[in-house]
Design a protein around this ligand. Structure first.
Ligand code: 9YT
Length: 133
């Protein structure tokens, strides 16, 4: 069994931020944990807009606090996000993620993240080898 507390992740080198500082991803489960998916507790900073296109991954996101929106760029639909909203990018949709308040999101990736991924300038995470620890 794996049991980890949020305040243990720093020492495990499992806290990741992009250069933009738009978000901070606290990575509880990675590929090396052998679950077949990864699990992050991610903070999206207030006032940010992030273009994302997970062409290599499926992601499900569950918002547990804060307010924002996601704009699906495949058809222009804008969905409000608040505590209790889940979205799943089952078709690798290009999107904008906007935070009006700081949002806390639980994010699951398939295939699992390996550790240190941040978005390329095209908005995706490369498929990395197991070197993230
Ligand atoms: C919701 C989202 O995709 N935010 C970007 C960060 C990502 N979820 C991560 O690496 O935790």
């Amino acid at each position: 069994m794996i049991v980890v507390k949020l305040d243990e992740l720093e020492a495990k080198n499992r806290i990741v931020e992009p250069g933009s500082k738009n978000w901070q991803s606290r990575r509880f489960l990675l590929k090396s944990d052998g679950m077949g998916f990864s699990l992050n507790d991610t903070i999206i900073r207030a006032g940010t807009e992030t273009f994302i296109w997970y062409k290599n991954h499926l992601e499900a996101v569950y918002c547990v606090s804060g307010k924002g929106e996601i704009e699906d760029l495949t058809d222009g639909t804008v969905y409000p996000i608040e505590d209790g909203t889940m979205y799943a990018l089952n078709n690798h949709e290009k999107h904008y993620l906007r935070a009006f308040e700081e949002m806390r999101m639980v994010c699951v990736f398939n295939p699992p993240l390996t550790g240190r991924e941040v978005h390329t300038k095209e908005g995706y995470y490369p498929l990395l080898a197991d070197d993230g620890e």
